[in-house]
Design a protein around this ligand. Structure first.
Ligand SMILES: [Zn+2]
Length: 322
């Protein structure tokens, strides 16, 4: 487990932000998530800020039935990452996702991959400090705070003297405890095996997701499976309150006669891809300021144990991580 010694102040230059915006626009056009990593400037600038430098390599998400997963290669595990949310539409052109929200899978991933997470179901290569989400309304920087990591660990299956052998036998059905090894060591060995074994023998390992499954935590957040059943904080708290995040204001003239100020936020969120694209790439949108609802959303996320910073596309991006 690694801990950051002192807080750092990061910044994203205007040029890098323009590039991120172009990547977001491209992702809108190709209807796929795009993800990548940053490296850090070696020197602090005059203000003591560290600059985030965009790395060349990118990867595209892969489409599942009704959602897109950003399938990072484990070698892409990195301290500073970004990914995009486009407005995803079905074959009839109707939106299917909540592009302005940090998704349920993002919330799970940021905890699983966190450099602070030493739970046995955490990502063995995980060293993530924060992820940058580029979405229609702007840039979210989000990360795990210790409280949510603790919750993750509480959700992991309890492995103890009564049941460790059951887990050990997944890997070796004929396993017998050696006499010279203590039970405490045995329990640690089982956890180590679960943490590192990426084969079908490991029943926590999901090849599809390329990750270990913490079912209780998935249920708590409301991963895709639980979301469908309306279980977890994502469907019950976040989606209910914030599904129209970023849609409260609307470009008055888009499209000329159809969408007007009289439309509700929900109508705007369900507007076609073309209308949304025009609105979110319009100068009028870029001129509009910080939305009050985003502040409320961030506060809620903080309560759940996630650190979140938000920047409108035209704002200067500087933020501090403790
Ligand atoms: Zn996402």
């Amino acid at each position: 487990m690694s801990k950051q010694k002192k807080s750092k102040v990061f910044y994203i230059s205007h040029e890098t932000k323009e590039k991120l915006r172009d990547i977001w626009k491209k992702s809108m056009e190709i209807q796929e998530e795009i993800a990548g990593t940053f490296s850090l400037s070696e020197e602090e600038n005059n203000n003591g800020f560290l600059e985030l430098i965009l790395n060349e390599t990118q990867c595209k998400g892969r489409k599942e039935d009704s959602y897109t997963v950003c399938g990072f290669d484990p070698t892409m595990d990195s301290e500073y990452t970004y990914h995009t949310h486009c407005v995803e539409v079905d074959e009839n052109g109707w939106p299917q996702n909540y592009p302005n929200l940090i998704s349920n899978e993002d919330m799970i991933g940021i905890v699983q991959d966190s450099h602070l997470n030493d739970g046995y179901l955490s990502n063995d290569n995980g060293k993530n400090i924060f992820d940058v989400l580029c979405c229609p309304v702007g840039i979210f920087i989000y990360y795990s705070k210790p409280a949510i990591i603790e919750h993750w660990k509480k959700c992991e299956d309890v492995i103890n003297e009564k049941n460790y052998l059951k887990y050990m036998k997944w890997f070796n059905p004929k396993y017998k405890k050696p006499t010279d090894v203590s039970i405490t060591e045995e329990i640690e060995n089982v956890k180590k095996l679960i943490h590192t074994n990426k084969t079908k023998k490991n029943q926590f390992w999901a090849t599809e997701e390329n990750a270990l499954m913490n079912s209780e935590f998935n249920k708590y957040i409301g991963s895709w499976y639980y979301d469908q059943k309306e279980i977890g904080i994502f469907p019950n708290e976040i989606k209910k309150k914030f599904s129209c995040l970023g849609y409260s204001k609307w470009f008055k003239k888009i499209p000329e006669d159809e969408v007007s100020e009289t439309f509700s936020a929900a109508d705007r969120a369900n507007a076609t891809w073309e209308d949304q694209y025009r609105w979110f790439t319009s100068n009028e949108f870029l001129k509009s300021r910080y939305h009050e609802e985003i502040k409320v959303y961030i506060k809620s996320m903080n309560i759940y144990g996630f650190g979140v910073e938000f920047f409108h596309w035209r704002e200067l991006v500087t933020f501090r991580i403790d």
